[in-house]
Design a protein around this ligand. Structure first.
Ligand code: NI
Length: 193
């Protein structure tokens, strides 16, 4: 066997490997899959996580579940990309977080409302109510176990992404009427595009 030679373009793409995977969109039935636990932190998983970040930043979004790129595994990436200071116009700072096999141990009775959107339901937003404070556990990409109390947008975002692991979309939290309206708008926008 001969060792193939890479031409320059291929070689540089190889070094600066950036892989944006297609995002599944509602009503794709694959989004209804219940994802399975990750049993091994191996190279395939690290590649999946890297690709998920590339895909999420490109979209752009602040959270992505593996099933949204068609992989039914309990893996989420989140980066709220909040400005470092309260100063207006301050550039967002990257803070990539990986959640493997996440669990919610406790949710507060106190609820908060956030106008949610989802990369799998493009350009549609609706208010969803969720516990405002949660206690969660998860594993990071190095296999370290975390258990923390989370609040604010991170708590909301983690709950939204964890819903994806059960095949649930944020629109499922809406009334049937609201959900139908939103899907109609989505289909109309698609036809117009
Ligand atoms: Ni989503």
């Amino acid at each position: 066997m001969r060792r193939g030679r890479l031409d320059k373009a291929v070689r540089s793409a190889y070094v600066r490997r950036m892989a944006i995977r297609p995002i599944l969109e509602a009503p794709d039935p694959r989004l209804r899959t219940i994802s399975t636990r990750v049993e091994a932190i191996d190279d395939d998983l690290q590649t999946l996580i890297d690709d998920m970040f590339d895909t999420m930043y490109d979209a752009p979004g602040i959270g992505l579940a593996a099933i949204q790129v068609g992989v039914p595994k309990r893996v989420l990436v989140i980066d709220l990309q909040e400005p470092e200071s309260d100063e207006e116009g301050a550039p967002p700072v990257k803070n990539p977080m990986v959640f493997i096999n996440p669990e919610i141990l406790k949710g507060s009775d106190d609820l908060s409302v956030y106008n949610e959107g989802c990369l799998s339901v493009p350009d549609q937003f609706a208010e969803v109510e969720r516990p405002s404070v949660i206690r969660a556990s998860w594993m990071d990409r190095e296999g370290r176990i975390h258990e923390e109390q989370l609040d604010g947008l991170l708590a909301t975002c983690l709950q939204h992404e964890m819903d994806h692991l059960e095949g649930i979309l944020f629109i499922d939290h809406l009334s049937r009427l609201k959900r139908d309206m939103l899907m109609k708008k989505l289909n109309k926008a698609r036809r117009a595009a």
